[in-house]
Design a protein around this ligand. Sequence first.
Ligand code: FBP
Length: 262
Amino acid sequence: MIHGADDAITRDGKALILAYDHGLEHGPVDFEPVPATTDPSTVFDVGTHDAVTAVAVQKGVAEAYYPSYEDDVTLLAKLNGTSNLWMGEPDSAVNWSADYAAELGADAIGFTLYGGSNHEVEMAEEFRQAQEQAREHDMGVVMWSYPRGQGLKDDTSPDTIAYASRLGLELGADIAKVKYPGSADAMHWAVRSAGDMKVVMSGGSKTSDEAFLSTVREAMDAGASGLAVGRNVFQRENPEAILDGLEAVIFDDASVDEALSA
Ligand code: FBP
């Protein structure tokens, strides 16, 4: 971790990353709740909300849509990703380099590591190359740290998530994005395990406003540095309203009740 490398994708040291790589990872099925989100412009428009510190997309979406948003949106280049059609042991193709992402104007890279997968070793080596290239361009490095694979019984247990965040520190990320381990205590352990590196919570499938804001509040109280979220924002008819609430919780330390009326 290099102090300050993540400045461009944080505000007051906190991050609210809007993830929109679902078209690759899950397929267009994720756009069905709000069909307009099939068009990347719709989600880039959401990404211009003040609360959003970066928008994470894959190469093709960045190439085609980011040029129209470069003044209003901070680009986080999600370098690897694989479709849901892949049925093998968890793995992720590297679809673009940090060099090319820098050329397109990205301020940070995102990279998935499936610790525990039979492909962990190759993925870590690919991460090494991306991380070192990102350093040359002073880009922030965000690890989607998702332990999963044959050897793993429970991919959100407290120890697994603490290990996930620790992998980010050990391998040189500035921020690790981890699944919520189910309790404030477990999240606190994951944050402590990461030393000085920032840990953000992953959004997950859509829940109610109150349930979602409560979990984010818990994560923040446990020391998280924010959130990386997709469906819980773009699958809402009014994504701006939940972003207002998230902004209150993450940046203004608001309670859930205050955030619900933000
Ligand atoms: P959500 O907030 O919608 O869960 O998105 C976060 C994210 O990491 C996306 O970047 C990615 O597309 C997706 O989750 C992958 O989820 P999974 O591999 O668990 O299906």
